[in-house]
Design a protein around this ligand. Structure first.
Ligand SMILES: C[S@@+](CC[C@H](N)C(=O)[O-])C[C@H]1O[C@@H](n2cnc3c(N)ncnc32)[C@H](O)[C@@H]1O
Length: 253
């Protein structure tokens, strides 16, 4: 693995993120990004269950097929998925990577430092401070990089997971190429994505999803699983407003 270029408050940076890049990145903003991601991923009590449980169940089923020593999540946000995997696989060495320092700082606080935090979700209708309980895990770390340029060595990871990332990348194919480079033989790449592209060129390239399927085959992947029926409901507020995501779940080796 590459050495970090520098650290900011214990978060290793594997990419020099300029002040302009910080300013332009929506995911560096406390509200909506850190607040919203924390409400979605770290506050199950608000919803009575974890809203992304079906993603976790799918990933876990796929991870069980692999002998896991090294697990990597790209676009980990506040770190819930990689932390759950680190808990299920206490002997595995787990990394959660993201491009947002603010999200990584929250992930580290909760999952590595084991700090409880109080968050105010009144902006979404909830009326009191909400306590998020930390868990001090010893086998997970968090770092900042770009998915298109991973700081990991070739053939170094058994499982690479990404959820709701693919369609946010400026160059999704380069992101997948990097995953392929760092994946070990017999490892698995697990991607869950709504394919909700923000660039017209990506819609042209990848819609309908069969176009993505053939590009992955051309890149030399075996497509181990491909599902287009993973429905995820993202709750938005106290009233129960929600967004439904029609996700594609892909497993590659
Ligand atoms: C929609 S959020 C998904 C977060 C979480 N994985 C989930 O399932 O809710 C997209 C995440 O990808 C990160 N991200 C965006 N572009 C990235 C890039 N080029 N490299 C790494 N992470 C990136 C964002 O900072 C954000 O945490």
């Amino acid at each position: 693995m590459d050495e970090p270029l520098h650290h900011r408050k214990n978060i290793p940076f594997f990419y020099h993120k300029s002040e302009a890049e910080f300013r332009e990145d929506h995911y560096e903003k406390y509200d909506p990004s850190v607040l919203r991601q924390s409400m979605l991923h770290l506050s199950d009590q608000l919803w009575g269950a974890y809203p992304l449980q079906s993603v976790f169940d799918y990933v876990k089923l796929q991870v069980e097929q692999v002998d896991c020593k090294d697990i990597l999540e790209i676009g980990c946000g506040v770190g819930r998925l990689i932390a759950e995997l680190a808990t299920s696989y206490p002997k595995a060495n787990c990394w959660g990577m993201d491009y947002s320092y603010q999200l990584l700082k929250k992930a580290r606080e909760i999952w590595m430092d084991g700090e409880d935090s109080e968050m105010n979700f009144s902006r979404y209708g909830f009326d009191s401070m909400h306590k998020i309980v930390g868990r001090a895990l010893t086998n997970v770390q968090f770092g900042l990089c770009k998915a298109e340029q991973l700081p990991f060595s070739d053939n170094s990871q058994d499982v690479i997971v990404s959820s709701f990332l693919f369609d946010r990348l400026l160059d999704p194919i380069q992101g997948v190429r990097e995953m392929k480079r760092v994946l070990r033989k017999n490892g698995r790449i697990i991607i869950v994505t709504p394919l909700n592209f923000i660039k017209a060129t990506h819609w042209e390239k990848f819609y309908p999803p069969i176009k993505l399927y053939s590009q992955l085959q051309t890149m030399g992947f075996s497509i181990v699983d491909w599902r287009e029926d993973l429905l995820i409901e993202e709750p938005l507020d106290l009233r129960g407003n929600r967004v439904q995501w029609q996700c594609v779940a892909i497993v590659l080796m």
